[in-house]
Design a protein around this ligand. Structure first.
Ligand code: CTP
Length: 401
């Protein structure tokens, strides 16, 4: 299994003085989890918001703050930037953005930014009025034109209870931007559709037949495909945070999912059915609520369409079709049967009765089967790691054609 593109990379994390500075701690933790070496720098103002001790503990080395008398190196103004594979500034205040635009190297972070040839990601966070001020708009446009990557702030709650644009992007989005920048672009220009989550089939106006799928594995596959340059559509039954650069189509039932998947199949190159589709649905859902005093209802079920099998039947030349198999027994033989019956290029089989595997967990363990290659086993790993292995296999299938 290939490692995260961040593994072994030296990433400088510059934290400036905004209320969102506390989120930099989570950015650091995620980068370290992905195997990066995080070199933290804080401005004086940042230390009003979070303590250097906290960030030091969660980064790969102690926080550096000083341009003068820096205990780490005698030439901090160039050494940190020269050794970096990537610099992320999160949060970036209006002042730090202005200084960077001007090359105004008054502190360690600004020196580092102009003494580097590494790519730079700037993640602005400020009040809406400041974010929309012509000076900030102009500074951002200039930085962008110079090749600086801007992770746009989100709209949401700001300090003091205001609501608007200017909230720091989520740590997940910031780390995804880093992965996209340092990782391979082996799906650039490729259109990928992924289904995720369990379908819900109505019994009446308030009750549904559902299953235990959380959608996390499908979301991780969508995020990984997007990080590798694909244009990604995610057909989802759940409300997890939307991964960066992914278009979500919300559905609920197997019928809605089938229609969304069939529409997407017309022009997508890779189809991944990670969703847990109900095999049966009530044949006559009541339009109102079934009342208790009417007695225990008898619910008659009918089969749902097998979306994946239908997609296998109408597969276009060159299209790659990936299915999942959730099993509790005879994992390999059941998955092999589905691979052949549904005419798949790849099936990802998991034993959902094993500890830490499948539904709702953050981890998974899978065996990947292909018609013409040896099975590949992925031992218990994060769902993102499993997603990377699935996308590696998709890239391999495409390049073998
Ligand atoms: N699938 C589908 N439509 C269905 C049922 C399943 O598209 N109505 C897809 C799933 O998204 C998954 C694959 O088929 O990619 C296998 O699903 P799984 O539930 O493991 O198998 P089933 O085909 O339902 O067979 P069984 O119930 O016998 O395990």
């Amino acid at each position: 299994m290939s490692a995260s593109p961040l593994a072994g990379k030296r990433i400088v994390l510059g934290v400036t003085g905004g209320i969102a500075a506390y989120k930099a701690i989570e950015v650091s933790r995620r980068l370290v989890d992905a195997g990066a070496h995080v070199v933290p720098i804080m401005t004086d103002a940042a230390q009003h918001f979070v303590g250097a001790t906290t960030l030091s503990a969660l980064a790969s080395e102690p926080v550096q703050t000083e341009l003068w008398n820096n205990p780490t190196t005698p030439i901090p103004h160039t050494e940190v930037g020269q050794g970096a594979d990537l610099i992320i500034v999160a949060p970036a205040t209006a002042k730090s953005i202005a200084a960077y635009r001007m090359g105004y190297s008054h502190d360690l972070l600004q020196n580092t930014l102009i003494a580097t040839r590494a790519p730079v990601i700037v993640c602005p966070a400020m009040h809406t009025e400041m974010w929309e001020h012509p000076s900030v708009v102009d500074n951002i446009a200039t930085l962008r034109a110079r090749g600086v990557h801007i992770v746009e702030p989100e709209t949401g709650r700001l300090a003091g209870g205001d609501v608007g644009a200017g909230r720091l992007a989520s740590p997940e989005t910031i780390v995804a931007a880093a992965e996209r920048l340092l990782g391979p672009s082996d799906l650039a220009g490729v259109k990928v559709v992924v289904s995720a989550g369990g379908t819900r089939e109505p019994i009446d106006a308030v009750r549904v037949i559902a299953n235990r799928s959380s959608g996390k594995q499908g979301y991780a596959i969508a995020a990984e495909a997007a990080a590798r340059g694909a244009q990604v559509t995610l057909v989802s039954t759940v409300g997890l945070p939307t991964p960066a650069d992914v278009q979500v189509v919300a559905v609920e039932t197997a019928a809605e999912m089938q229609s969304a998947m069939e529409t997407a199949a017309g022009d997508h190159d890779v189809i991944v059915m990670a969703a847990a589709v109900a095999d049966f649905r009530p044949s006559n859902a009541a339009s109102g609520k079934i009342k208790k005093h009417d007695g225990v209802p008898e619910i008659t079920l009918e089969p749902t369409p097998d979306i994946l099998a239908a997609l296998g039947g109408s597969k276009r030349a060159g299209q790659v079709l990936v299915g999942f198999a959730a099993e509790t027994a005879d994992l390999i033989s059941n998955a092999q049967g589905k691979l052949e019956r549904k005419r798949l290029d790849l099936i990802v089989a998991n034993d959902v009765s094993a500890p830490g595997v499948g539904f709702a967990h953050d981890t998974n363990a899978v065996t990947m089967l292909r018609p013409d290659a040896k099975p590949v086993e992925i031992d218990l790993a994060t769902k993102r790691d499993v997603a990377r292995a699935v996308i590696d296999a998709v890239v391999d299938i495409r390049s073998a054609r």
